[in-house]
Ligand binder design. Structure first.
Ligand code: SIN
Ligand code: FE2
Length: 226
């Protein structure tokens, strides 16, 4: 198309508006939002940082206190990493598999989490933990509350990458009806404040190949744990 910056056509104006469009923010609770596509502009910086974290703390499948092996494989970065085994759910400073401290949270992870929290109305989020969940086809996360943290003052920031997922966002009782929220590569869910203890989960991931991440979904869950 001919482009004369002094005389933009209507089409040019729309094209520019499109490029500058802010990510869409969908409210799913009083203090809960889905930020559509929010992580997309960050992805090229997130990926090498993720690979560095995984080189130091590889994905592993953990056991629940009830003795079930989780279908989702986990890793962590930040001062505190979430772990589970037969003796319970907890945060640790060291990776139980290597005995070393969890890898530091990459700057770009921290910045993304803070920016997303701010977009959802939580202006001073300081995450000290990032749980990294890897889902392959069939992997799921049953309805649960995030309640192993020292305080519930900070929100949860949950980043979806790779294959799509159907996220369940429930109420304050396990039996409450859940909203079904399709999450795509780059979407971020933030919940906190009065919604901090809402039940949530992920339905089994469907087979597929994502152009950037292959046959998997990766989720980052940022929290202030300590
Ligand atoms: C979680 O609740 O830890 C994970 C949620 C998700 O994978 O979207
Ligand atoms: Fe969770």
């Amino acid at each position: 198309m001919r482009h004369d910056p002094m005389h933009p056509t209507t089409l040019d104006l729309f094209a520019d508006a499109d490029l500058e469009q802010q990510p869409r923010r969908e409210q799913i609770g009083e203090q809960s939002y889905v930020l559509r596509g929010f992580a997309l502009p960050w992805f090229d910086r997130l990926l090498p940082a993720l690979h560095a974290v995984l080189a130091a703390a590889p994905f592993r499948q953990m056991m629940t206190p009830g003795g079930f092996t989780m279908s989702v494989a986990l890793s962590s970065c930040g001062t505190l990493g979430w772990t589970t085994d037969r003796s319970g759910y907890r945060y640790t400073r060291h990776d139980p598999q290597t005995g070393r401290p969890w890898p530091a949270m990459p700057e770009v992870f921290f910045e993304l989490a803070q920016a997303a929290a701010r977009e959802a109305g939580f202006s001073d989020f300081v995450p000290d933990s990032c749980l990294i969940n890897r889902y392959v086809a069939g992997a799921k996360m049953s309805l649960h509350q995030d309640k192993d943290e020292g305080s519930y003052a900070a929100p949860i920031v949950s980043v979806s990458l790779g294959l799509p997922a159907m996220f369940l966002f429930g109420g304050f009782e396990r039996s409450d009806k859940s909203q079904r929220i399709p999450l795509l590569h780059g979407d971020i869910v933030v919940w906190g404040g009065v919604d901090r203890l809402r039940y949530h989960g992920v339905l089994p991931i469907k087979d597929g190949v994502h152009p950037r991440l292959g046959e998997q979904r990766i989720n980052f869950t940022f929290r202030t744990a300590g």
